[in-house]
Design a protein around this ligand. Structure first.
Ligand SMILES: Nc1ncnc2c1ncn2[C@@H]1O[C@H](COP(=O)(O)OP(=O)(O)OP(=O)(O)O)[C@@H](O)[C@H]1O
Ligand SMILES: [Mg+2]
Length: 585
């Protein structure tokens, strides 16, 4: 099928480019499962489009293809590109007439979806199985914050009443204040698909549950610390300076280390003076005594030296004990957050229900549950499995773990080779992404998911190569690519982290023939510095406007020279042409 071959003007002598050509051919082969990684402007979406068209040419119906991306704009653009490619191939007579008839008849079925829209459609189709009100609505972006506020109002009221009986909750309110607590809980609700797990992970294995336990551990550590220096606390107290302030320190220290251990609140107060005596304002062990204690306040210079030595030896113990105490208290606070978060989730669920709406996380969560439970609804399940036979996901680096789970549930049954016989092609999955372009961190995207998904796809049908990469850029000039190669090679890598930045051989942009010999000038590059993102964007926009003005001026001059047309005519003609192209699709 010559039409599905990539149209490249490569110099076949360059090994990087040969590899690139082969990788493209592999990636658009509609019989293979593929996990493609590639940098910006290398034609990832083009590969996806070619593959989609390849599937149509192989007789697959558009309704059996699930193509997904992340924004509505990208989805619309992808659809447009598929239609344009079909039109082009038709013009070039590379589609056999009988295929063209079939394709033309089903062209309106070509649909590219965002993951959110896909989930929404599934819930509307299977409301009973998903246990949602068939008439449910999606809370829009302006509505959601109001619903969250509403739920948090009640959550904080409940929290305050818990705090009257539970010192841990009371401490949480005291440490964070209501404003921050509200903000934090709103963030957790927004990211609840990962937040619940993250909190559980943080608390797994943590022992401290109450403030009293944290304080008891602090006492034990302080006692151990003081016992470990020669003569212990008694020696420190006995050989100290004759200052009234020191007497106060001694009183607090005795109480702090004595039996029974003081209450949590008391401990906080007592620690203040002990901390001041042994540590600097910055919390570091003292190398010399505080300024108000002089050598003359001691019985002898030797007593001073001995005392100073003890203070120096005790400092690190106190630092460690306070550090461990803070960690224990953080665990206690995290438990209180978890408790309050559970209340917030309940309240938020109630609010959503009251208003008859779902939000995006809810939609995703419910779709996941729906697909996971499909075993129970075998007819619906069969309907779905029969429908989605080819899955294509663009911009995969922006996929969250939950979203990948969803795709995984859709393709899981393929592993058993289900229903291969009646299909035009065995079911396939194609994912494509660029880990360097991951921008949806705030929506729980994790680059590690790309690796996991690739491994899963490799195991799905263990034949042929699944992972591949393309590197030739069609968008950027050599100078820019060279610069990116250089900068990315110089960035520190942490290979032990699954989400670490990577710039391997598969990421390097080939620079065309004569890589080493052709010199690289930096005229095409400029560095923009600015105080804020907006300012930087403005400077870049100004520069683009300036370059365009220069280009238009040059163009007009050329036109005038030939005495053909006025520039506005050209613009008018271009716009008419674009409108016609729009109409076609
Ligand atoms: N095989 C090809 N031959 C010639 N031009 C190509 C080829 N593939 C892509 N292009 C052109 O390169 C540009 C970028 O292509 P495309 O949008 O597919 O890249 P991408 O990798 O998806 O980009 P992004 O990283 O922004 O998503 C487009 O103008 C496209 O027409
Ligand atoms: Mg793209």
């Amino acid at each position: 099928m010559s039409s599905t071959q990539p149209r490249l003007d490569f110099d076949a002598d360059d090994p990087l480019e040969t590899r690139d050509t082969e990788a493209r051919a592999l990636a658009i082969d509609p019989t293979r499962n593929i996990a493609l990684e590639a940098s910006a402007g290398t034609g990832k979406t083009r590969v996806l489009v070619d593959r989609y068209v390849g599937l149509l040419m192989a007789g697959v119906k558009p309704r059996n293809i699930l193509a997904m991306t992340f924004t509505r704009k990208a989805a619309a653009e992808m659809r447009q590109r598929i239609l344009q490619e079909l039109a082009k191939r038709h013009r070039e007579h590379t589609i056999p007439p009988e295929s063209w008839k079939e394709i033309r008849d089903s062209v309106t079925d070509i649909a590219i979806s965002t993951i959110d829209a896909f989930c929404l459609a599934l819930l509307h189709e299977f409301p009973l199985e998903a246990d949602v009100d068939p008439g449910f609505d999606l809370a829009d972006e302006t509505e959601t914050p109001r619903l969250v506020d509403d739920a948090l109002e009640r959550t904080l009221r409940i929290g305050r009443s818990i705090a009257t009986e539970q010192p841990e909750m009371s401490l949480l309110f005291a440490e964070l204040g209501e404003y921050r607590l509200r903000q934090g809980l709103a963030k957790l609700i927004d990211r609840r698909l990962v937040a619940v797990d993250a909190l559980h992970r943080f608390l797994r294995g943590a022992q401290t549950a109450t403030i009293d336990e944290a304080v008891a551990r602090l006492h034990a550590r302080l006692r151990d610390g003081f016992a470990s220096v020669p003569g212990g606390a008694a020696a420190l107290v006995g050989g100290g300076p004759s200052q009234p302030d020191f007497a106060l320190f001694v009183r607090d220290l005795r109480q702090l280390l004595g039996d029974p251990a003081p209450s949590a609140a008391m401990t906080q107060a007592l620690m203040e003076r002990v901390r001041d005596y042994l540590l600097t304002k910055d919390g570091a062990p003292r190398k010399r005594l505080a300024a108000n204690y002089k050598k003359g306040h001691f019985r002898s210079p030797a007593a001073y030296d001995r005392h100073l030595g003890m203070v120096q030896a005790l400092g690190p113990y106190v630092v460690q004990a306070l550090h461990d105490y803070r960690r224990d208290i953080n665990v206690v606070l995290a438990r209180a957050v978890r408790q309050l978060f559970a209340v917030a989730l309940r309240e938020y669920e109630k609010t959503l229900q009251k208003h008859g709406v779902l939000d995006f996380s809810d939609v995703l969560q419910r779709t996941l549950t729906l697909l996971a439970q499909m075993e129970e609804f075998s007819r619906s399940r069969f309907k779905l499995e029969a429908r989605y036979q080819h899955v294509l996901v663009d911009e995969f680096q922006d996929t969250s773990r939950a979203q990948w789970e969803l795709v995984e549930l859709l393709v899981r049954s393929w592993a058993s080779g289900l229903g291969l016989t009646e299909r035009a092609l065995a079911p396939t999955i194609f994912i494509v992404g660029d880990r360097k372009q991951s921008i949806y961190g705030f929506r729980d995207a994790e680059v590690a998911v790309l690796d996991e998904a690739s491994r899963y796809i490799e195991a799905l049908r263990p034949i042929g190569q699944v992972r591949t990469a393309i590197t030739r850029s069609f968008r950027s000039v050599r100078e820019l690519l060279h610069f990116v190669n250089d900068v990315c090679a110089a960035i520190d890598k942490s290979p032990e982290r699954p989400d670490a930045f990577r710039y391997s051989e598969n990421d390097i942009f080939p620079l065309g023939p004569g890589d080493a010999s052709r010199s690289i000038t930096s005229e095409a590059l400029g560095v923009v510095a600015g105080e804020s993102d907006e300012q930087q964007a403005e400077t870049v926009a100004d520069e683009i406007a300036r370059l365009l003005a220069v280009a238009i001026e040059q163009y007009q001059r050329t036109l005038r020279k030939h005495g053909v047309l006025d520039f506005s005519d050209v613009l008018q003609r271009t716009l008419t042409l674009l409108a016609q192209m729009d109409e076609f699709s």
